[in-house]
Design a protein around this ligand. Structure first.
Ligand code: HEC
Ligand code: HEC
Ligand code: HEC
Ligand code: HEC
Length: 138
């Protein structure tokens, strides 16, 4: 039974490799992201330069700390799954229960982690100062 499953997984993996569907290559994970979501009708603040690569490689943060797909209340996101933009689920205009509005989703995720680290006396990223994340608007 086990063997059969491994074989099937292998076959599916190869088909996916051939057709290039479904499986992400390392190169598909962006290194630097300029976060400036089109979902916001207008931007009050400047864009946020975010080093995806440093967070993944240097700070060793798991994908699932930031990316999630909830099933029965549990985050089942695994490395290799396609990552969606936050705005695909978080509405820019309003929070819907636990799914906070887009700005809060970003702030809770980014500042939430940094503040937790700061509290624990560990090296942390920006916690409060807006312009440590947001570029100044011209
Ligand atoms: C510290 C937070 C964080 C970590 C850790 C992280 N990401 Fe991301 N990732 C983001 C943010 C923020 C975006 C931009 C989302 C947006 O534009 O709404 C993003 C974007 C992406 C995108 C591009 C999505 C698109 O359609 O533009 C991919 C692919 C991705 N991440 C994969 C990964 C994988 C795989 C890992 C783990 C190896 C990972 N990420 C770890 C925060 C993170
Ligand atoms: C596929 C839909 C989906 C996407 C894409 C998504 N979220 Fe969420 N997010 C949810 C749902 C659903 C919840 C509520 C989970 C629960 O039941 O607690 C949530 C909750 C959260 C929370 C609160 C969790 C907590 O610990 O309190 C934060 C913060 C958050 N999302 C940030 C983000 C960020 C940042 C991104 C993009 C990198 C993102 N989300 C992308 C669906 C999504
Ligand atoms: C799970 C924890 C975690 C999350 C989530 C997270 N960070 Fe960080 N961030 C860190 C750590 C750890 C550092 C490095 C602290 C040090 O070593 O100086 C850092 C550093 C930074 C820095 C300064 C150094 C650099 O890499 O440029 C910026 C800016 C930053 N984070 C922005 C963000 C943004 C924007 C988000 C949300 C999209 C985010 N972070 C989400 C943990 C996190
Ligand atoms: C840890 C990083 C971080 C810090 C600190 C931070 N933000 Fe943000 N904020 C973000 C990210 C990431 C986004 C999403 C940016 C986008 O898509 O344009 C965002 C989005 C926003 C938005 C909605 C988009 C817009 O431009 O209108 C507003 C308003 C905002 N932040 C205000 C603030 C203010 C005010 C402060 C200081 C009190 C602050 N932020 C501090 C990371 C941060």
């Amino acid at each position: 039974m086990r063997k059969k499953i491994y074989f099937l997984v292998g076959v599916i993996f190869c088909i996916a490799l051939f057709t290039g569907v479904g499986i992400l290559k390392a190169t598909d994970i962006p290194d630097e992201i300029c976060i400036k979501s089109d979902a916001f009708k207008a931007h009050k603040k400047g864009p946020v330069e975010f080093s995806h690569r440093k967070h993944i490689t240097d700070y060793k943060i798991a994908c699932a700390e930031c990316h999630h797909v909830y099933k029965d209340g549990k985050n089942v996101f695994k490395e290799g799954d396609p990552a969606q933009k936050c705005s695909e689920c978080h509405d820019p205009a309003q929070s819907k229960g636990k799914v906070k509005k887009l700005m809060l989703a970003y702030h809770k995720n980014c500042q939430g982690c940094h503040k937790g680290l700061e509290k624990a006396g560990k090296p942390a990223g920006p916690t409060r100062k807006c312009n440590d994340c947001h570029a100044k608007k011209q």
